[in-house]
Design a protein around this ligand. Sequence first.
Ligand code: CO8
Length: 260
Amino acid sequence: MGYKYLKVEKEGYIGIITVNRPEVLNALNREVLQEIKEAAEYMEKDDEVRVVIITGAGEKAFVAGADIKEMQPLNAVEGRSFGKLGQEVFRRIENMEKPVIAAVNGFALGGGCELAMAADIRIASEKAKFGQPEVTLGITPGFGGTQRLPRLVGEGRAMELILTGRMIGAEEALRIGLVNAVYPADKLMEEAKKLAETIARNAPLAVKFSKAAINKGLQTDIDTGMAIEADLFGLCFATEDQKEGMKAFINKEKVEFKGV
Ligand code: CO8
């Protein structure tokens, strides 16, 4: 399908979604959010795609937030509905069965930082800047930031970042665990693809179950989490990839996982 605000591409096992609205630093209006949801659903259904990368078009921004011009006139009911739309789209990304990598190439502010946090792994360019500046605009983070930031960096750091609206650079984001790695700007996509390829070479169902075990387990007590892990671990033994993967190890051969 055609997208107005996204570039959606496939390279082998990798699906790439690029938010493409550089004239406003890739700001998220309703249409962009809707398109991101459609692209995520398209990637989820496509059996060739094993890993998804999300990035932003242009040199400056990953996503500089929700569209402030679109939000400015909203009343309370409309504001809540806009917030709910962003929450729903980002939750859809988080709940994708396939792993999602955010390649943060520039400003990731407000809704942009929240989009990156909905991905499973974040890597950043040296030029990336992160922040939740909502309180400087008279609003709270509304696309999951108050929930995901403390889970990722801890309550104290999240409180400071959200209550001050302070912007941080890539190195600080790395130090506090908001991103996993920082690369020179011209190497970011290459590194994102290398990471995606490493994941894509592994058994797709085992990757999918591992993601599910982590995400579901983090929302419950440890005994329930262990039960979730045991069930998914058991399910792996019903797959061809487990039989082939272990046989290949024993016979000192290479394996091409099929995802069945
Ligand atoms: N929305 C709309 N337009 C934007 C946005 C945005 N978030 N960010 C940048 N733009 C536009 C600018 O208005 C400008 O347009 P124009 O050329 O027509 O004036 C163009 O992009 C380029 O931006 P700048 O000229 O400002 O570029 P600078 O390099 O000078 O500055 C910054 C870059 C620092 C990133 C700056 O643009 C900025 O501060 N942007 C806003 C960042 C921000 O506050 N983001 C958070 C938005 S709030 C949010 O995301 C809430 C999510 C939850 C919503 C819940 C709903 C109820």
